[in-house]
Design a protein around this ligand. Structure first.
Ligand SMILES: [Zn+2]
Length: 93
């Protein structure tokens, strides 16, 4: 049932924010992880989630993509899609 819900896009897989340092990694180029600059958080179900992270290339806010499970930069001046995986010291969000 869980997979069914997920495939319908109803589950919220936005990464939590729990005051520990967050890193992002470009999941296309798999460069080194870099510290994420978190711009906005939001309380959902009594927990803080990361709402937007600054794009390390062009500094515009990136928002969470439930489909890709990454933060994505929508700036069209980038060459190709910029998608960043969220990494915490404890592992993947
Ligand atoms: Zn960007």
């Amino acid at each position: 049932m869980r997979n069914l819900r997920k495939s319908r896009g109803k589950s919220d897989n936005t990464p939590y924010y729990d005051d520990q340092e967050v890193f992002i990694m470009n999941c296309v180029t798999l460069d080194e992880k870099i510290p994420a600059k978190i711009l906005e958080t939001e309380i959902r179900n009594r927990r803080a989630v990361i709402k937007s992270i600054e794009c390390p290339v062009c500094h515009t806010p990136m928002v969470w993509s439930r489909t890709w499970e990454t933060f994505s930069c929508k700036n069209t001046e980038h060459q190709g899609p910029k998608r960043y995986e969220v990494i915490k010291d404890s592992g993947l969000y």
